[in-house]
Design a protein around this ligand. Sequence first.
Ligand code: CA
Ligand code: CA
Ligand code: CA
Ligand code: CA
Length: 375
Amino acid sequence: MPLEPIGVGTTDATSSSGGTTGEPTTCTDLGACFGHEVELVVGLAPSDLRWGEVAGDGIADVVVRGRLAGAPTRVLVGTSSEGLSVGGPQADGGLGAVLVDVGGDGRDDLVASEGTALAVYDGASGLSVRVALWEVGHGFATLRALEPAGDGAIRLAGEDRELGALATIELGGAGPVVTAVPYGSDPNRSYSSNGLDVGDVDGDGAQDVVVVVDAYGDGGHLADVRVWPPGGPSYAATWFSGEGHQQAIADVDGDGREDLLVLEYFGRVHRFASTGPAMIADVDGWTAASANAMAVGDVDGDGIADVVLARHPNDADPRLDLVTGWDEGDPVPYTLAVDHEFDVVGVADVDGDGRGDIVGGSADRGSISVFHARW
Ligand SMILES: [Ca+2]
Ligand SMILES: [Ca+2]
Ligand SMILES: [Ca+2]
Ligand SMILES: [Ca+2]
């Protein structure tokens, strides 16, 4: 299916925030709907974008993890709307960080992996006060919050890349309890991963953890998409045997079960979905030549998650693609030309108007750009 080049050269940092009259119910014209770009220099090379509520205003705040040239990595939090201001701690941004309300005051706190310790920064202090530092013996490359179980405990899932293990972390009054499950036990292989997501892939109402597990050694590189239902043994499907990908979870076809999207760099978006009890398979996908970053979220406003891809077919032609309509059959792409390429992208309502905004991070420019939904 050919791309539809829409809105070439429409990035406009000076347009007003006023919406159009007669608002549509959906917006796929990216040039018209997302032409309002605000770029914020963050002083590091963004490698990951996450969201939470720190400022207490009900509007999503952005966590940017990334690296500084010649200096330690760090985490930055940009709070609120167009005037994104950079604050927060200088934690180890090369490791995992997650925003979750540890203190129960309605404001998210930052839990960050620092070396082999877990640190907690208090949201009510604007993340300026570190209230805990627990040695846990693991460095987590990714951290995700798990749904509360109703017992008041905060549970996280983490990826220990050095060990090649999935960890669950329970934060209680006596400190964290970490349970690590190695990805494999073949002594002739080493196991790794480069992402972890949580979602209900089988639609049973219970959150599952999904990791793409890489295994190196005899016979070359093997990889599988592996699902851990709560408390149960994992199950898996073989994935593309090449290396390098990004992953994300959302229900893009609207069937009530979360899908795992795996972006094979410069090749294809693979959609893995549950195909039966304890079964997952690569069910379909979309060819995404030159795509190097992916995010999911409802961008066009129809209530169903869409896929956003950052692509650069050539250096002079960077773009964002919105891939939508998976629920109606073949996905349909829409394109927005942008003035620079992005290494990471995300979707979150960072201005609180109820519409998902697109956020991109550029390592070269040391900046993040917010494409505010305006429709
Ligand atoms: Ca489930
Ligand atoms: Ca689905
Ligand atoms: Ca949508
Ligand atoms: Ca918004």
